[in-house]
Design a protein. Sequence first.
Length: 295
Amino acid sequence: MIRNPPPWPNNCKCAVSITFDMDADSLIHLEHPSDSYRRVSTISMLRYGPEIAIERILNTYERLGLQQTFFIPGWCVRQYPDVVRRIVSGGHEVAHHGYLHENPIGLEPAAQADIIDRGIDAITDVAGVRPRGYRAPLYNFSDHTFDLLVERGFEYDASLMGDDIPYLLSSNQHELVELPSHWGCDDWPPFAHVPDLKYEMPVRAPSAGLQGFFEEFDAVYQWGGLFVPVWHPFVTGRLGRWSQVDRWLASIVEREDVWITTMANIAEYIRLLHRQGKYEPRIDTLPYYSRPVTD
Ligand SMILES: [Zn+2]
C-alpha cells in the first residue's frame, strides 16, 4: 500500500508523533481584534488548553515515558511561559506555529518573515531552544514559506498532506524534510464547535470521534507509515476525550514495536538515513505552480 516505507529503527513497524498545536486564545484575538476581550466564554474554552489540559497530557506522557511535540504560536509562548517551561522540562519539543496564528496565505514575504522571526525569538527566549520545525497556522504553507524556513535553518515542516510517510521538499538546491498529516487526523472536524470563530460542527461523542484517529493509526501500523495526529489541548485534552486517548496510548506503548517520538527526532532520522544512502525519500519539488492556472 505504501511504495517505499522507511526502515523504522529497532524493527518498529511504524512511527507516531502526537502533535499538539497549543493555539490557546490567540485565535479569538486574531479573529476579533477590536472586541475579543468581551468574549469571555470563548476565551475560557480556549484557555482550557494551557490552564487545564496541558498538565493532564504531560502527566500521561510522563507515566508512559513519552516525549512529544507541541507547536505553539509565539504570542502563546509569551502569554503562557510557565506552561511552555513545563513542556520543555518534560523533554518535549516546542516547535513554531506562527506568532498570533496569522494565516500566511496572502501575507507579503516581509510580513510573513517578520512573523516567523518573532515566533523564533519567543520560543528561544522562553523555551531556551531554537525551534527546529514549523507548522503553518491552518496548514497554510504559502508560496514563500519554503524559502523563509530554509533561510532560518529549519529542519522540517509539518504543514503539508502529500504522503503517508516523510518526504523531502526541494527547491533551488535546498531541501527540507516534510512530516505530513491530513485533515482526517485533525481534531477540529469531529470535536470543535466555536461559533465565535465561525466554526460550527456537530460535536461527536469521544469514542465516535476518536475512532477515526485510531483507524488511521491501524492502517499506518499495518503498512509502515507515519501517524501524526494534529490535536489541540482545548479540544482533545478535554476530560472525556483524553481519558480514552490515555488508554489507547498505553496500549500502543505496550506493543513495543511502534516508534513514538518527537517530530524533530523523526526528521533527523530520515535525514541521516538519506545521507548514509540507506533510504531514498520521495522528493517533491516546489513550487507546484508559480502563477494562476487558467487553462
Ligand atoms: Zn493552530
